[in-house]
Design a protein around this ligand. Structure first.
Ligand code: A3P
Length: 330
């Protein structure tokens, strides 16, 4: 896996504002969907607030044995999978039915931070699995831009779980999120958002290229990268949860199966349950985004309520062309 050149930061020095401004001014810039502008870095688009975190990640992150990265295309169910991973990894110390379970009082985004918003000085102190010391981070960063220390089998045994979603549902969710977040001076129209999405200008996008890279890596390196789809987790949650647990080296034991741990984690993390908790409806997370913005409908196929026939055929055509011959079905 080859990484393109990193920005010119000095070793052991977190990105400062001036350096970031300098770098941003040298990157291709386009109108964005979530924020007024998006910047292209190593072939993928990001918002200005994410890039310093990516530069720091590339320069300063030291992987530890058993680190887990949840990589996602935004609006593919990151919040859900953060909760599932947290509940799965911590199931011994926090049984999923415990009235003291951290997910009842803390948002998944605070329990599993997105590395783009973690300061390098906090990398070491992140501890979201008290008994095993496993760190779980999420990221929207494209595979090519992950630090080599994370992706290289020879230097670390970090696991990467990649999650994506039906492209049409992904777009519809992205569009709604943009207008919920309110980072723009005025709401974006469905048509405008659609055209930018088709041009690939989404966080970590073009979404197709991001998915393809993780997909190929999951085929070449199945012990390193697990490729998951929101739609599969919705349709067969037990199968997917067991698959995930097995990949992470924490398969459910016969005793846990007998105690219905799989079903308990699924119900703890279900849309109905999490979306009704007060913590997920009030306040902001560590990324300073409103907690409520991450829960909308949580269903498969909502695109049918929003997309015109032309939009459907254009998105399907791009998806078909991009994934042709890859073996991905989305
Ligand atoms: P919709 O907008 O289609 O409802 P992300 O977490 O990557 O930002 O993705 C958000 C999408 O996941 C939203 O999709 C949201 O409603 C859905 N979602 C959030 N929590 C979920 C859960 N526990 N189960 C299923 N879907 C969930």
């Amino acid at each position: 896996m080859e990484s393109k050149s990193s920005p010119p930061l000095h070793h052991n020095q977190a990105a400062n504002n001036e350096e970031v401004e300098d770098m941003l001014s040298s990157f291709p810039k386009e109108r964005g969907i979530l924020a007024p502008y998006a910047y292209q870095y190593q072939g993928f688009w990001y918002y200005s607030k994410q890039l310093p975190g990516i530069f720091n990640f590339q320069k300063h992150f030291q992987p530890r044995k058993n680190d887990i990265f949840l990589a996602t295309s935004p609006k593919s169910g990151t919040t859900w999978m953060k909760a599932i991973l947290y509940a799965l990894i911590n199931r011994e110390v926090y049984p999923p039915t415990s009235p003291q379970h951290p997910l009842l009082n803390e948002t998944p985004h605070n329990l599993v931070p997105s590395i783009e918003f973690v300061n390098p000085s906090e990398y070491d102190s992140i501890s979201n699995s008290p008994d095993s010391g496993t760190r779980i981070f999420a990221t929207h960063t494209a595979l090519v831009s992950l630090p080599k220390s994370v992706t290289d089998n020879a230097t670390s045994n970090c696991k990467i779980v990649f999650l994506c979603r039906d492209i049409k549902d992904n777009f519809v969710s992205y569009f709604h999120y943009a207008n919920k977040l309110n980072l723009r001076s005025s709401p974006i129209s469905l048509e405008d958002a659609f055209n930018l999405y088709c041009k690939g200008i989404t966080t970590g996008g073009p979404v197709w290229n991001q998915i393809l890279a993780y997909w190929k890596e999951s085929l070449e390196n199945p012990h390193k990268v697990l490729f998951m789809k929101y739609d599969d987790v919705k349709n067969e949650p037990q199968v997917q949860l067991r698959r995930l647990a097995h990949f992470l080296g924490k398969p459910f034991s016969p005793d846990e199966e007998n105690r219905y741990l799989v079903d308990q984690i699924i119900s703890l993390c279900s849309f109905d349950h999490l979306s009704k908790l007060e913590v997920n409806n009030t306040g902001k997370n560590r990324q300073l985004m409103s907690n409520g913005a991450y829960f909308r409908k949580g269903v498969v196929g909502d695109w049918k309520n929003y997309l015109s026939e032309d939009m459907v055929s254009r998105l399907d055509q791009i998806t078909e062309e991009k994934f042709h011959g890859s073996g991905i079905s989305l």
